[in-house]
Design a protein around this ligand. Structure first.
Ligand code: NAI
Ligand code: MG
Length: 500
C-alpha cells in the first residue's frame, strides 16, 4: 500500500483474482484499521504542514497536467491491469482512461477558478466592516471507489481532491486493487509530494469502515451501492463528517414510436450490456411506445444474442465476465427471482459455461413495477422491456423507482423531448443518446442515487468550504478635500485649456 510516499507491506495479504479465468494472479498487502490510521495521519500531517495547501494555483495546475501526461504515457498498462483484475474489456478500459485523462486536464483548470468574494461593506450597530468570503480546501478527504471501472473512478476523484488543495486517502475495492496501487507509483513519478495521496487496499467492512470513522477525516467521497452508501452516512454521523455519494440506479430508457428506431436499438443494446451491465447508469428499464414495441424487442434480442461477450483482452469484446463469482451468483439470483415472479426471459437468462464468471446478455418482458428485478439494481447484463401507450403513463412508470441517477429519451418530437426532460426525476437525462459524460458536466443522482454532483464546476463546492471574514474598518468620511472646496468657481489660469 502507499503511505507517506512509501510502499508499505502488511502481515496479511489480499488475493487478486482474474474473473475471466477464476485464477489467482497476484497478492497485495491488505490494509487493516492500523494502516488506515497511519495513512490518514500521513495525509493529515501533509495537509497541516501547509506547503501543499498554500501551493500557488499555477504550480497546482502544472502538477495536474504532469499527472495527466504521466497517466497518458502509462494508459495501456493501467488499462491492462483493469482488464486482468476487473474483467473490464480492454477497448472499454482504454476509452475510460481517455476520458479520465481529460478529467485530469479539466481539473488542471480548477485551481485558477477557485475564488472567494468581496462583499459590500457590512455594518452592525453603526460600526462598519469589510467582508470577504474565502474558499478553502476541506483538509483530508477519504475516497472510496468500486470495482466496475477501477482506475478511472480513482483518477477522477483523486484529481478533484488535489485540484481543490486537499490531501487524500484512496481505498480501492477489494476485488480490484492493482491499478490503484500502480496509479500511486505513477503520481509520485509525476511529481506529487509524498503524503498527498495515500492508498489503502482493504476490505470495505474493515478498511473502508475505519476510513469513514477516522476523526481526522474531513470528508468522504463514495461511489458504490446504495446499501453501502447508507451505511457510510450512518457511520459518518458520529463525527458529522460530510459525505458525497454516487450510488446505484435503475435508469429508465424511454423510446417513443416516432424515434429513429435503429439508433435507439443499437444504443439500448450497447449501454445495457457493455461491461456486462456493471455500470451505475445502465438503462435497465426500457419503455417502448406500443407501435414500436415488437420491432424494438426483436432488435434488442438480436443484438443481445450477437453481443461481443468474450475475453477482456480481446479488443472486439464489449462485455467481459462479472467481477467475481459472488456477483455472478447475485445476478443469476435476480434473473431467477424475475422468473419466479412471472417475468418472461426473451433472450439469455443463463450463465455462460467455462471458466470465468460470464452471464449471457439477458432481456426480460412481462415485468411489473412490484417485481424485485424491476425495483433493485441488478448490476449485471439484465434489462426489462415494457410497452406503453401515453406520455403520462410512461412518465409515471419511469419515475416509479427509489433511484434517480439517469434516464434516456428517444423521440424526434421536440415537444415530447421538452416535457420528458422536465418530468424525469434523474440527475442526468440523455435525449437521443445515452451515457454522455464530460468532465465539464455535473454528474450525480436524484433520490437514492446520491448526494452532490461530482464533476464540472459543481465539484469545486463539493471539495471546498467557505470562510467568512469580517474586518472592522475606520468609519467613512466625506471624500471632499480642502483644495476641492475652492473649485466651485475656478478662475481660469492663462495656460489652462477651457472646455467648450
Ligand atoms: P459496495 O458498494 O459495497 O462497494 C463499493 C466500495 O465500498 C468498495 O471499495 C468497498 O470496499 C467499500 N465498502 C463496502 N462496505 C463499506 C463500509 N461499510 N464502509 C466503507 N466502505 C465500504 O459494493 P459491492 O458489495 O462490491 O457490490 C454489491 C452491489 O453493489 C452490486 O451488485 C451493485 O448492485 C452495487 N454496486 C453499485 C455500484 C455503482 O456504481 N452503482 C458500484 C459497485 C457496486
Ligand atoms: Mg480481481
Amino acid at each position: 500500500m502507499l503511505i507517506g510516499g512509501e510502499a508499505v507491506d502488511s502481515a496479511e495479504t489480499l488475493e487478486v483474482e482474474d474473473p475471466a479465468t477464476g485464477r489467482r494472479i497476484a497478492e497485495v498487502a491488505l490494509a487493516g484499521p492500523e494502516h488506515v490510521t497511519r495513512a490518514v495521519a500521513s495525509a493529515r500531517a501533509t495537509f497541516d504542514d501547509g506547503e501543499w495547501r498554500w501551493l500557488s494555483s499555477a504550480a497546482r495546475s502544472r502538477l495536474l497536467l504532469s499527472i495527466a501526461q504521466t497517466v497518458e504515457r502509462h494508459a495501456e498498462e493501467l488499462a491492462q491491469l483493469d482488464a486482468l483484475d476487473a474483467g473490464l474489456p480492454i477497448s472499454m478500459a482504454r476509452a475510460y482512461l481517455t476520458a479520465s485523462i481529460e478529467s485530469v486536464e479539466y481539473a488542471a483548470g480548477i485551481p485558477a477558478r477557485i475564488a472567494g468574494e468581496t462583499l459590500p461593506p457590512a455594518s452592525m450597530r453603526g460600526d462598519q466592516f469589510q467582508a470577504q468570503v474565502l474558499r478553502e480546501p476541506l483538509g483530508v478527504v477519504g475516497l472510496i471507489v468500486p470495482w466496475n471501472t477501477p482506475v478511472s473512478t480513482a483518477i477522477d476523484k483523486v484529481a478533484l481532491g488535489l485540484a481543490t488543495g486537499n490531501t487524500v486517502v484512496l481505498k480501492p475495492a477489494e476485488q480490484t486493487p492493482l491499478s490503484a496501487l500502480r496509479l500511486g507509483e505513477l503520481l509520485l513519478e509525476a511529481g506529487l509530494p509524498p503524503g498527498v495521496l495515500n492508498i489503502v487496499p482493504g476490505l470495505g467492512a474493515v478498511a473502508g469502515a475505519a476510513l469513514v470513522e477516522d476523526p481526522q477525516i474531513d470528508k468522504i467521497s463514495f461511489t458504490g451501492s446504495t446499501v453501502t452508501g447508507k451505511r457510510i452516512i450512518a457511520a459518518a454521523a458520529a463525527n458529522l463528517t460530510p459525505v458525497s455519494l454516487e450510488l446505484g440506479g435503475k435508469s429508465p430508457n424511454v423510446v417513443f414510436a416516432d424515434a429513429d428506431l435503429d439508433a435507439a436499438i443499437e444504443a439500448a443494446a450497447t449501454n445495457a450490456f457493455f461491461l456486462s451491465g456493471q455500470v451505475c447508469t445502465e438503462p435497465s428499464r426500457m419503455f417502448v411506445q406500443r407501435p414500436a414495441y415488437d420491432e424494438f424487442l426483436s432488435g434488442l434480442c438480436a443484438a443481445a444474442e450477437a453481443f461481443p461477450v468474450g475475453s477482456p483482452l480481446d479488443p472486439a469484446t464489449l462485455a467481459g465476465p462479472l467481477v467475481s463469482r459472488a456477483q455472478r451468483e447475485r445476478v443469476l439470483g435476480y434473473i431467477e427471482s424475475g422468473r419466479r415472479e412471472g417475468a418472461v426471459v426473451a433472450s439469455g437468462g443463463t450463465a455462460i459455461d467455462g471458466p470465468g464468471y460470464y452471464i449471457a446478455p439477458t432481456v426480460l418482458t412481462g415485468t411489473t413495477p412490484d417485481m424485485t428485478v424491476e425495483r433493485e439494481e441488478v448490476f449485471g447484463p439484465v434489462v426489462s422491456v415494457t410497452p406503453f401507450d401515453t406520455i403520462d403513463e410512461v412518465i409515471a412508470r419511469a419515475n416509479d423507482t427509489t433511484y434517480g441517477l439517469a434516464a434516456g429519451v428517444w423521440t424526434n418530437d421536440l415537444r415530447i423531448a421538452q416535457r420528458m426532460t422536465r418530468e424525469l426525476q434523474a440527475g442526468n437525462v440523455w435525449v437521443n443518446c445515452f451515457n454522455l459524460y464530460d468532465a465539464a458536466l455535473p454528474f450525480g443522482g436524484y433520490k437514492q442515487s446520491g448526494w452532490g454532483r461530482e464533476s464540472g464546476a459543481a465539484a469545486i463546492e463539493l471539495y471546498t468550504q467557505t470562510k467568512t471574514v469580517a474586518a472592522a474598518t475606520l468609519p467613512p468620511r466625506p471624500l471632499v478635500s480642502p483644495t476641492q472646496t475652492t473649485v466651485a468657481n475656478p478662475s481660469p489660469t492663462p495656460n489652462e485649456v477651457t472646455q467648450p
